[in-house]
Design a binder for this molecule. Sequence first.
Ligand SMILES: Cc1ncc(COP(=O)(O)O)c(C=O)c1O
Length: 485
Amino acid sequence: MLPFPARGRSRDEVLSAMRAARDHDIRWKQGRVFGLVYHISDEIDALLQEAFSLFFAENGLNPTAFPSLQKFETEIVAMSASLLGGDEHVRGNVTSGGTESLLCVVKAARDWARVHRPEITQPEIVLPVSGHPAFDKAGHYFGVKIVHVPVREDLRADVSAMIRAVTPDTILMVGSAPAYPHGVVDPIPELAAAARELGLLFHVDACVGGFMLPFVRKLGYPVPDFDFRVEGVTSISADLHKYGYAAKGASVILYRSAELRRQQMFVTTEWSGGIYPSPTLAGTRPAGPIAAAWAILNYLGEDGYLDITAKTMETVRRIQAGINAIPGLKVMSDPEMSVFAIGPADKNGLDVYEVADELSRRGWHLDRQHFPQTLHITVNYVHTAVADEFLRDLASAAETVRRPGVRKTLTRVALGAANAVARVLPAAWTSRLMSKISALLGGGGGLPGRMAPMYGLIGTLPNRGDLKELVLDLLDGMTRYVRRN
Ligand SMILES: Cc1ncc(COP(=O)(O)O)c(C=O)c1O
């Protein structure tokens, strides 16, 4: 238990405790994380912070009280629509992030179908397996079935398989530009044409690419059509807080028509508190992220984004060439922009989870992916300064993993035993056992120090239900109060 503070503390005390709490955070300003944080410079951060704090108290819930926010939001939406090939009919909102944008799309599609296809009782969405889990979350929240479709060998959506997955209950098809796991853009024109022919809505998840691909293309890199210029695309999500380099808590959701966006919005006229309209999922809407997003779009402009994108793409090419030159590793897929994955070069290639652990020891944070096992890389401007250092550490991490070791043998034995046990024990026991073993292998209490054994373990668990339980246990452990000194 943590008692509620009996007395207040001084401003200095509070702030220095907070600064100290950051000691063990990943050093994002030094480009040590590939994803999570997008950073250009201290100068840009100062602008974002000033814009954010100018509006830190305002509330986007009621646009009549804050015409300033209404101006910022409508202008952000209109500028984003222009960037993404939309016209004056496009409508949209600023949301708190990609997940909220996708929740809005699924809600809008469900309610659109209720009006236009009332015979459907259990609506379905067709999504490539590479599509973001926010769709699954939305399906879970809104009672929409998500049908996952395997991707092609090049990891892009398989158009024929997507069409085959459509049933009379399908309301929406989705493509990504690009998909997060391997950074490849799905064949949007083909998918959109199929959706149109089948009378479906079609969403392009450009959360990660929406503020990058247009500039990558303008710089002359090959980028297939993916936006409102493609007939049949009915909505697009694009995150300002990713390659828009805005402050966290900002994404746009855009619809081709007002009629469609209407299905996203909510209003009740029966509340004793008065008429209550709400365009997105949140009630109170923080104004800071909207203000900071408006500031960065206007501060950088197209020429600023082109400059940043050019430098980022040069860094991407340098890092990719460096990875492919390391024995045992390679860049998976043929990504259009700056998102990709590192995998083993072939079936005798390196265990990339072990490589990730070695990189962690050297202060780098890379997310582990599976099916197949890879490490995720999202390069942004901040990495232009650290690409060589990263490649040096990656080469040395790979070198360490190539050397045979006792620990690796032990891990393999423990994994084999755990899996054998997992096949015969009831689910609840298994998950408890698994977390014990992962703690033993990895480091105990809270976040395991070495993740590879744990990821190896959970990735190979035979029963996916057990796996969910195990992850929920871990999540519970990470999100409950534990006394620290
Ligand atoms: C393609 C894609 N869609 C949606 C999201 C979800 O965005 P957020 O984490 O801002 O909710 C992400 C996040 O990485 C993404 O890459």
